[in-house]
Ligand binder design. Structure first.
Ligand SMILES: *Cc1c(COP(=O)(O)O)cnc(C)c1O
Length: 488
């Protein structure tokens, strides 16, 4: 059994600092500014190091564990990215430094704009959005600006597939639109009959993820884009999950007009702790003038090229301070240059192969809801296990006893007891086999010893937490009283 948790380690009189002897005369501070009633923990430096190192070891992270969290693309984050982000010229650059003195940084961003435009099959890029959801909002505001600029103000609806990530409908609403949800058909594609019924002169556009959050490539993607375009709407591509397409297919060629990337997913900058991230958008040429301010332009001069910040003519304005999350951009740029076009294609191919391999092993014991070749991820349903009283959340908790991070659960919403599994290209066949063995052992247990699963996790320091309260009322400030040893 794990040791009991002792969170409170403060011991009266311990100190975690030592100041050098002063070389200037001592001055007495105003007594009114001095306090001796601060409720702070008293710890030595070693106590603090051990406390945080221990906490970090209790965490499940991509650097310690297989992490198949579907839709989140928890691939390996190569350490060379970190080395580049830590270079003095990257880390210490001040955002108010005049452009003439940071030509290198502007050059990196200019090239990144160019590479992302190529991968998207689109023409112009803004690096500013700080996350995928922020890219969505920026992209939808660009679409709105385009319609308004043409005086086309009757378009009030945005179509969103029912398999979409929750950020899509939220984005459409924040951009001022009404959401019209479009069903998926039995093969996991957008239902074309319903799409035709919903589309019309009031359609501003459609937000679609392809491959969608079922891990499936929509077999009618070009027809979908044609239907929306013929009605005068634009196609917004949620490109958070480009891990199956990058280097293989360009969303612009499929018919998308605007696309966001999640650099922190596909292009491997660390995420999972809530940021920072980056969600650049790419758009077709006729939308470029609406991009947020600033973009990076190259102007030829006598020394070659000069890189400058520029304001697009009909810009929607500022969406973020300064230049975006530059350290994330530098990491993604490193990743892209390190792999090159061939490397990206190989990564996407392996990501798809790994997902199909793992799906083929797991469908022996779990219901594979859409049994056709998947892209970078696939959806299982825990419906068979539910008959034994074991729910998907129980399976997820039990996986932690086997040393794995659970997959995404209860998303997508349209599959009962869903598990969305994304192995990524980083993992070896051996790891995938180990994970499959654990999943198959749990399926066995569901029939023979369901109570073991329902009690899980049994091997972690804390057991089942009240996740809702933890998310809604987080207890983040130190207070001696609130950190009494947990009973669990
Ligand atoms: C992750 C994800 C998003 C949102 O990205 P954030 O960076 O978390 O805001 C949007 N759509 C899909 C399909 C995603 O997987």
């Amino acid at each position: 059994m794990p040791e009991p948790v002792i969170f409170e380690r403060s011991t009266s009189g311990r100190r975690g600092y030592s100041l050098p002897a002063t070389t200037v005369p001592e001055v007495m501070l105003d007594l009114a500014l001095q306090r001796d009633d601060l409720n702070l923990p008293e710890l030595s430096e070693l106590d603090v190091v051990r406390h945080y190192t221990r906490l970090s070891q209790e965490n499940r992270a991509i650097d310690t564990t297989f992490y198949p969290l579907g839709s989140c693309t928890m691939k390996y984050n190569p350490k060379v990215n970190e080395e580049v982000a830590a270079l003095r010229g990257v880390r210490r650059i001040h955002p108010y430094t005049p452009g003439t003195e940071v030509q290198g940084a502007l050059h990196v961003m200019y090239e990144l704009q160019h590479i992302l435009a190529q991968l998207a099959g689109l023409d112009a890029v803004s690096l500013l959005p700080a996350a995928g959801a922020h890219g969505e909002l920026t992209g939808m505001l660009v679409i709105r600006a385009h319609h308004e600029h043409r005086g086309d103000v009757e378009r009030l609806n945005v179509l969103v597939a029912d398999s979409a990530h929750g950020t899509n409908p939220a984005t459409a609403v924040m951009a001022g639109y009404t959401v019209r949800s479009v069903q998926s058909d039995a093969r996991g594609n957008v239902d074309l009959v319903e799409l035709r019924q919903l589309v019309g002169p009031d359609t501003a556009g459609m937000m679609l993820t392809n491959p969608n959050t079922l891990g499936l490539f929509d077999e009618n993607i070009q027809e979908i884009c044609d239907i929306v375009h013929e009605a005068g709407g634009l196609m917004y591509g949620d490109g958070a999950n480009m891990n199956a397409l990058a280097g293989i297919a360009k969303p612009g060629d499929l018919g998308f007009d605007v696309l966001h990337f999640n650099l922190h997913k596909t292009f491997s900058t660390p995420h999972g702790g809530g940021g920072p991230g980056a969600g650049p958008i790419a758009v077709r040429d006729y939308l470029a003038s609406y991009l947020p301010d600033p973009i990076i332009r190259a102007e030829p001069n006598e020394n070659g090229k000069f890189f400058a910040l520029a304001t697009p003519e009909n810009t929607i304005g500022k969406v973020r301070s300064l230049w975006g999350n530059y350290a994330v951009l530098a990491r993604a740029y490193t990743y892209l240059r390190h792999h090159g076009a061939e490397g990206l294609r190989a990564n996407s191919t392996h990501a798809v192969l790994n997902a199909n391999y793992l799906g083929s092993l797991l469908k022996a014991c779990y219901e594979l809801r859409y049994d056709r070749p998947c892209m970078h991820e696939f959806v299982l349903s825990g419906s068979r296990q539910k008959r034994h009283g074991v729910r998907t959340v129980d399976i997820a908790k039990r996986l932690m006893d086997f040393g794995f991070h659970p997959p995404t659960i209860y998303f997508p919403l349209i599959v009962e007891e869903s598990m969305l599994i994304e192995p990524t290209e980083s993992e070896s066949k051996q790891t995938l086999d180990e994970f499959a063995d654990a999943m198959l052992a749990i399926a066995q247990e569901a029939e023979t010893a369901p109570e073991t699963i329902k009690r899980a996790p049994n091997e972690t320091r804390l057991r089942r937490l009240d996740e809702t309260t933890a998310a809604r009322q987080p207890d983040l400030a130190y207070s001696r009283e609130s950190h009494d040893p947990q009973e669990n």
